[in-house]
Design a protein around this ligand. Structure first.
Ligand SMILES: Nc1ncnc2c1ncn2[C@@H]1O[C@H](COP(=O)(O)OP(=O)(O)OP(=O)(O)O)[C@@H](O)[C@H]1O
Ligand SMILES: [Mg+2]
Length: 377
């Protein structure tokens, strides 16, 4: 087992495609770290550099105590699961899982004809590792089947089994669930979390799905345009996003943003005035251009009296669309051309096409610098 460190790692493709830009990230031994960000932000490239499939342009990659920039992939003791896990179609599940191990462990032997006691000991060890992994993944009853005789989720688990039996120092997973349907994805997500808990192997997991990141990561590293935006536990990334990008990327429906200025210690945008969270440093930044951010769940139907209404925490808006989801409603609001999303108690009395009053929980508001987009706090 080992931790993984990126030290000032940059990857430039061709002349000027900076896929990863001066990445510093310290992944602890045994940690489940999720790299998340939009398409093209450099997640796969970062992962492939750890695997040794891509060479860093500059900086150091460290696995455990070893700088591995010059260590060939096969000697890095990592196992990677890709989005398009290619199983060998002509091999059984058993052989698919065992194949990599046989190649590695039986280097000096010719598998089919090896008879020495050493070879049979290795074979027995491989056999027990394959069966143990298959049992863990609940595919032990499928070992004799070929990939085409399996469901998508079962195939995915075979690919995981192939990685698990290697007992690597580090697991690298690149969107391993994206081929699965929604239900299976949620189920396999839970299985991966359990697996990590049981095996305790350092895992770096790449996804563009912020829900996957939030639910799976012990910590999550949010990337954009090759740059690390924030790395922290999911609650902190959600509740204290470092900048406007992170605030808008994590959370669904996304955070609402309103552009305006600090005037008289308050946020003002056109006719709208909102107070700031108590003691907020932006209050003293008179005239500063800022973005006011509020999550959909921090907006309430004023008529339900969840929060006392004041002149500084309320607004009127037309209810464009009201989606009834059962546990909550999503309302798409229009306040003088400004679009706002709110998730509301299903007991709300809103009607589509009709204006209503809303209150926001100012203590949950986020204020971002209008120029740098960094959170002011
Ligand atoms: N071999 C390559 N040659 C040139 N540019 C590349 C190469 N591989 C990746 N890139 C570019 O580097 C950037 C990062 O790509 P990368 O595959 O790491 O993104 P990603 O975050 O994994 O995206 P996705 O979510 O779509 O998989 C992109 O702009 C991509 O076009
Ligand atoms: Mg990718």
């Amino acid at each position: 087992m080992a931790g993984v460190k990126f030290q000032n790692v940059t990857k430039i493709f061709g002349k000027d495609v900076k896929a990863v830009n001066d990445l510093n990230l310290d992944i602890n031994d045994g940690e489940f770290m999720v790299l998340v960000g939009p398409s093209g932000c450099g997640k796969t490239t970062a992962l492939r550099m750890i695997a040794g499939l891509e060479e860093a342009t500059s900086g150091s990659l460290i696995i455990g105590e070893t700088t591995v920039n010059d260590v060939p992939p096969k000697d890095r003791d990592i196992a990677m699961v890709f989005q398009n896990y290619a199983l060998y179609p002509h091999m059984t599940v058993y052989d698919n899982i065992a194949f990599g191990l046989k190649l590695r462990e039986l280097k000096g032997f010719f598998w089919q004809i090896a008879n020495s006691s050493d070879a049979s000991k290795i074979k027995a060890d491989i056999d027990s590792r394959v069966k143990e992994a298959a049992k863990m993944l609940d595919i032990d009853h499928l070992l004799h089947r070929k990939p085409k005789e399996l469901s998508g989720g079962q195939r995915q688990r075979v690919a995981l089994g192939r990685a698990i039996v290697r007992k690597p120092k580090v697991f690298l997973m690149d969107e391993p669930l994206s081929n699965l349907d929604a239900k299976l994805r949620i189920q396999t997500r839970a299985e991966l979390i359990r697996l990590h808990r049981d095996l305790g192997i350092t895992t770096i997991y790449v996804t563009h799905d912020q829900v996957e990141a939030m639910t799976m990561g012990q910590r999550i590293a949010v990337m954009n345009n090759g740059l690390l935006q924030q790395c922290d536990v999911p609650e902190t990334v959600y509740n204290q996003p470092a900048n406007k990008f992170v605030a808008g990327f994590v959370g669904a429906p996304p955070m609402n943003f309103l552009e305006g200025k600090i005037t008289g210690g308050k946020f003002v945008s056109g006719d709208v005035t909102f107070g700031l969270p108590s003691g907020h440093p932006a209050a003293s930044m008179e005239g500063k251009a800022v973005t006011f951010g509020i999550r959909p769940e921090d907006i309430y139907d004023a008529s339900l009296n969840h929060l006392p209404k004041t002149n500084e925490n309320s607004f009127t808006a037309k209810v464009d669309v009201l989606e009834k989801l059962g546990a909550e409603d999503t309302a798409y609001l229009d306040s003088d051309g400004v679009h706002i999303t709110a998730t509301l108690d299903p007991a709300n009395r809103l009607e589509m096409g009709t204006p209503a009053e809303f209150v926001i929980d100012l203590e949950k508001a986020h204020i971002f610098d209008g120029e740098t987009e960094l959170a002011i706090r």
